[in-house]
Design a protein around this ligand. Structure first.
Ligand SMILES: *Cc1c(COP(=O)(O)O)cnc(C)c1O
Length: 356
């Protein structure tokens, strides 16, 4: 019988952390995770079932994801050798830190933003530093650059549009950071399809730029497909830390099909954007709610008081939102993902009842 002191073996840095908590509902309306509310096309699902036979699940997947990279190259204009597939773009965030940072090195991001930059940095023993967003959820390049220089940051992560605030930061300020920062600028474009803006075309001129994208927000969250577009030299380095076969054959195949026949998803994106604009209009009519502009598939809003209570009442009624109240800059703030028209109306009805 072994009686090893397991906790003694665990690194102190890890003991001090909390696991990334994601609330979930087994039933009800999930407006908390920024997923696409619509399923993939019936044709794609049917083809996938038919194809399962030929996918040879007893064999490892293509380690180089060649078909998927070609599909991404065709839709983005990037070269296949610039592209790396991740098991979600979360995985690529970790790879970037592993490739570019020694223990104790700083990585930076604006605050508030996507939590995984900070969490992943902590898990790797790095030093996460942030620069504050102003009241318009934007930042000035010069003060950001100061923070980057002061901590000798090696990477700055810029979520564009920003999660959870929903907006795109000023392109001019980002441009200045790209031009003046002597480290890597990661433009995390997980929500790019809803914003229609990208920094991809800057990659030609600036070799310190990395673009991250994801299929999670546009319909394949369950298959975990993210990708990064890197300068070729950096892609070669990232491939050294990438786990072999990190992207499975079913995900590769479905993602390739989805990208090669994007019209169906493009229509879903149009509906989501139209619903987002309608929902913003409706929310802005509620006196007890302050709604922030969004370029994404979600909306951040602030209740004048009792955000926590509002969150709980909605949850009891079967509608799950993302509660951001614990962040000091986001008191009474909730984030709602754009759902189907019916889901959005249900959310609005419940909200009007509670907050009028
Ligand atoms: C959702 C999200 C991701 C990660 O998506 P994956 O599911 O891991 O592809 C990355 N960045 C931001 C800002 C996100 O909101």
């Amino acid at each position: 019988m072994s009686h090893v002191d397991l906790m003694e073996l665990v690194r102190d840095k890890i003991k001090g952390l909390k696991a990334y908590q994601v609330e979930n509902l087994d039933e009800g309306t999930k407006l908390h995770a920024n997923e696409n509310p619509y399923p993939p096309s019936p044709e794609l699902l049917k083809k996938t079932f038919q194809r399962l036979d030929e996918l040879e699940l007893n064999r490892y997947p293509d380690p180089d994801c060649r078909n998927l990279k070609q599909a991404i190259a065709n839709t983005t204009g990037a070269l296949p050798e610039q592209i790396i597939i991740g098991n979600g773009s979360d995985e690529l965030i970790q790879y970037l830190m592993q490739v570019l940072c020694d223990e104790g090195d700083a990585i930076a991001f604006p605050d508030p933003t996507f939590a995984m930059y900070g969490i992943t940095a902590q898990c790797l023993g790095l030093n996460p530093v942030s620069f504050p967003l102003n009241d318009n959820w934007d930042f000035e390049a010069q003060s950001a650059l100061q923070v980057l220089a002061e901590h000798k940051a090696r990477i700055v992560f810029i979520s564009y549009p920003n999660n959870p605030t929903g907006n795109c930061f000023s392109a001019q300020e980002i441009q200045q950071v790209i031009e003046q920062f002597e480290g890597i600028v990661v433009l995390d474009e997980a929500y790019h399809d809803f914003a229609g803006k990208s920094f991809f075309n800057q990659m030609e001129k600036h070799n310190n730029l990395v673009i991250l994208r994801s299929l999670s927000k546009i319909g394949l969250a369950g298959l975990r497909i993210g990708y990064g577009i890197f300068p070729v030299m950096l892609a070669e380095q990232v491939n050294k830390v990438r786990l072999p076969y990190n992207s499975n054959s079913v995900s590769q195949w479905v993602a390739t099909e989805l990208l090669n026949d994007f019209g169906y998803v493009q229509n879903q994106i149009h509906s989501i954007v139209a619903e987002r604009n309608r929902l913003m209009g409706e929310l802005s009519k509620l006196p007890a709610i302050n709604v922030y502009p969004s370029n994404s598939n979600f909306i951040l809003f602030q209740a004048s008081e009792g955000g926590e209570k509002l969150f709980n009442v909605l949850k009891q009624n079967g509608t799950l939102l993302r509660n951001l109240n614990s962040h000091p800059r986001l008191k009474n703030c909730l984030r709602v993902t754009i759902g189907t028209r019916q889901e959005n109306n249900q959310f609005l009805d419940q909200l009007r009842k509670v907050s009028s």
